[in-house]
Structure formats: C-alpha cells, structure tokens
Design a protein around this ligand. Structure first.
Ligand SMILES: Cc1cc2nc3c(=O)[nH]c(=O)nc-3n(C[C@H](O)[C@H](O)[C@H](O)COP(=O)(O)OP(=O)(O)OC[C@H]3O[C@@H](n4cnc5c(N)ncnc54)[C@H](O)[C@@H]3O)c2cc1C
Length: 256
C-alpha cells in the first residue's frame, strides 16, 4: 500500500530487487502520483529510511506543510540522498541503484536486506543535473554512477566529451547508453583514489572563455573530489557542478 501526503512526500514500497554488480543493488519502488518526480532537471531525492528495519514509515508525523517531522538522530529514521535512475510515472515505479558499502549505514543496509513489501519515504526532487552544452565532462565514483548513467542516456545524441568513473574493479562496470561521441574511462581503485588526477588532466583541455560550449559535472567522496574544486575556479559557476555525495568516516563501527 502506498500513500501520498503532499507533492513533496511519498511512501514507497519495494516491488522488486536486482543485484546489478557485487556492490550495486537496484530497488524498484512503487508509489502513487510519481509525476512530480519525473523531471530530467531534478534527478535526486531524499529517502526516509527506517533504521535497522524496525520503525514503520507510516508512523511518521508531518508538519502542516506536509514535510515529515522528527527524522533527526534518535528518531529511528535516517534521511539519505539518492538518484532516480529511471522512472515510469504511468506504471507508478522508479528505480534506485544503491551502493552496498562495507561500513554499516541505514541506506546501504536498507538496500541489502530489501524484500518486496518493505517501505520507505521519499521527498524532493532536488536538482543537480547538467546544463545544456556541446561537450561534457562527467566524473564520479560508484555513488555517482546511477546519475551518470541517467545523464548520458538522456543527453542529445550529438553530444561529445568524456566520462570518468572510479570503481573497485571490472566486475563493478555497468552498461552505459552514451552518445557515440563520448568516451568512457573506467578507473579501478588500487589503494589510492585516481579520479581527481585523471579528471584534472582533461579539465585542462577546457577553455574557460568558451563558456557555453561545455559543462563539467563531478560527484564523489568529499576528500576525493576536493582538489577538483580548486581546479574549477577558472570556470563560471554556471558551467560546472561539483558535489560531495558522501563522506569517508574513519570510525565505521556502529555506536551503541
Ligand atoms: C545528490 C546525491 C545523490 C546520491 N545518489 C546516490 C545513488 O544513487 N546511489 C548511491 O548508492 N549513493 C548515492 N549517494 C550517496 C549516498 O547518499 C551516501 O553514500 C550515503 O552516505 C549512504 O548512506 P548510508 O546510510 O548507506 O551510509 P552513512 O550512514 O551515510 O555512512 C555510514 C558509513 O558508510 C560510509 N560510506 C557511505 N557511503 C559510502 C560509499 N559509497 N562507499 C564506502 N563507504 C561509504 C561512511 O563513510 C560511514 O563510515 C548520493 C548522494 C547525494 C548527495
């Protein structure tokens, strides 16, 4: 059963799951009135996840504006950002691809144990897509891969450019439906992250004076992409997006 409270919040139900790669699992989530989320400009959402699978998302209480209350620490719910990989508004489903990382975390744990019938909440959508251009540079790790896969699928077929994705190894690759003028570079992690170095080499090819010609899109771990932020200072802010998708914490044990 699904409920919709406002245009901003939906209760979603797991309909099916697929293990795409050893570390990536797709959940197909069904919900009512998903038109609001079917936008190519806004491809990200906030998921409200019952921690440890204990709380029922239907027990959430709402502010007058329809936004959920009491989702902070200790509430039993966690809020995490994810990407709508694909959406079929008529059929009433959307797919989200979750990285199953080693450290415990509500988002990853929810996906790992997900079974048809499980519930979570969703609000948004939030922006962070590319802007129109001829050439694109898309850079990210596996958390950015769902967004990159969707972006290249939806780009005009005459687009050119480069895609750099850092993953653990060849078995983490997925098929990308890209314009033929774009090149895909898989970078396999070998101890040290190499994403920033590879991307910086290509950023040097872009001329800040040719502002309307290109768009640079970067997402990944906070520390791994930090040095790229500096490399982007030469460009107008309308021509790039560089967003930390997650933060590597060194204490990964669950408190308590
Ligand atoms: C706009 C946006 C869109 C995103 N889209 C997606 C998406 O489509 N798919 C997706 O999988 N992620 C996506 N992410 C990243 C995701 O929100 C984070 O990885 C988030 O931290 C996962 O939450 P969690 O509850 O599993 O772990 P948390 O509770 O946040 O963290 C628990 C522990 O896991 C570690 N950790 C978190 N993420 C990773 C990781 N990827 N690899 C290794 N260790 C990790 C943390 O350092 C911490 O030690 C997106 C983030 C943003 C901002």
């Amino acid at each position: 059963m699904t409920t919709s409270r406002t245009d901003g919040f939906r209760t979603l139900q797991v309909a099916d799951t697929w293990q795409l790669t050893p570390r990536m699992k797709r959940l197909r989530l069904t919900g009512e009135n998903l038109e609001h989320f079917a936008s190519s400009d806004d491809i990200h959402v906030r998921l409200y996840i019952p921690e440890d699978g204990e709380k029922d998302i239907r027990s959430l209480v709402f502010h007058a504006d329809g936004q959920p209350r009491d989702t902070g620490p200790g509430s039993g719910f966690a809020v995490r950002y994810y990407t709508i990989r694909r959406i079929d508004r008529a059929a009433g489903w959307l797919d989200i691809d979750f990285v199953l990382h080693d450290a415990p975390g509500p988002g990853s744990d929810f996906a790992r144990r997900a079974r048809p019938g499980d519930l979570c909440g969703m609000s948004g959508p939030c922006g962070l897509n590319v802007k129109p251009a001829n050439r694109y540079l898309l850079v990210g790790d596996e958390t950015a891969l769902p967004a990159i896969a969707r972006i290249v699928e939806e780009l005009p077929r005459h687009s050119t450019g480069h895609v750099f994705v850092e993953i653990d190894g060849a078995d983490e690759r997925i098929e990308l439906d890209m314009p033929t003028g774009m090149s895909l570079h898989w970078l396999y992690r070998q101890g040290e992250p190499s994403l920033a170095k590879a991307a910086k080499a290509v950023i040097g090819d872009y001329d800040p004076a040719e502002q309307d010609d290109f768009f640079i899109w970067i997402a990944g771990e906070f520390g791994a992409i930090a040095s790229l932020r500096l490399a982007l200072h030469a460009f107008a802010k309308t021509r790039y997006m560089c967003v930390p998708y997650w933060l590597k914490k060194y204490e990964t044990a669950r408190a308590g």
